[in-house]
Write a protein that binds this ligand. Structure first.
Ligand SMILES: Nc1ncnc2c1ncn2[C@@H]1O[C@H](COP(=O)(O)OP(=O)(O)OP(=O)(O)O)[C@@H](O)[C@H]1O
Ligand SMILES: [Mg+2]
Length: 162
């Protein structure tokens, strides 16, 4: 995928970037797997600054995917799974059925994520996994996963590289 650099000047802009990302998401356009052989889930890594808008972006994704019971931040839950409504799956022609939101901020290495059942999560082709703070579990990835970068510019502005 070609890199696109966007300056978001508001929450709404960031929401629109998530919409754009989703509209470009074709059934098999995201790299499957990566470092773990045989893995099947679509994995999107959200990296970058604290307060950069990673959770905001995920919230927008959830909204666009028709998720009803979105939880603001999984920081204390670490991992949350949401059902993507079948109408949305159909409309967007996506092959995924669940949005899995993971916040790895409080983890120390890939081993921590493996202990939380990562291998099983990533082996499921029905999963769209969005992971914040891949920097904390970098040893699990091989650089082939789809990455979105968030940079804090000032109070209102964020740079998002898709
Ligand atoms: N243009 C913008 N895009 C996104 N968030 C913005 C923007 N301008 C201001 N904000 C504010 O910045 C904060 C972004 O927080 P958010 O939790 O989404 O970031 P994060 O990258 O998930 O942070 P963390 O690293 O703590 O997980 C929110 O309080 C939001 O209201
Ligand atoms: Mg966050």
């Amino acid at each position: 995928m070609k890199e696109t650099k966007i300056i978001s000047k508001s929450l709404e802009d960031t929401y629109n970037v998530a919409k754009l990302f989703l509209s470009n998401l074709k059934p098999k356009s995201l790299p499957r797997g990566g470092a773990l052989r045989g893995s099947q889930a679509a994995v999107v890594l959200l990296e970058g600054d604290l307060g950069g808008g990673k959770t905001t972006f995920t919230q927008a994704l959830a909204r666009e995917l028709g998720v009803k019971n979105y939880l603001t931040s999984p920081t204390f839950v670490l991992m949350k799974s949401y059902k993507i409504s079948p109408e949305v799956t159909e409309r967007l022609r996506l092959s995924v059925k669940n949005l899995i939101h993971i916040d790895a901020y409080r983890l120390n290495s890939g081993a921590d994520l493996l202990n939380l059942g990562w291998a099983e999560l990533v082996a499921n082709p029905a999963h769209l996994i969005v992971l914040e703070w891949p920097e904390k579990v970098a040893d699990l990835f091989d650089g082939l996963e789809h990455k979105i970068k968030f940079k804090f510019i000032d109070e209102q502005k964020r740079e998002i590289i898709l």
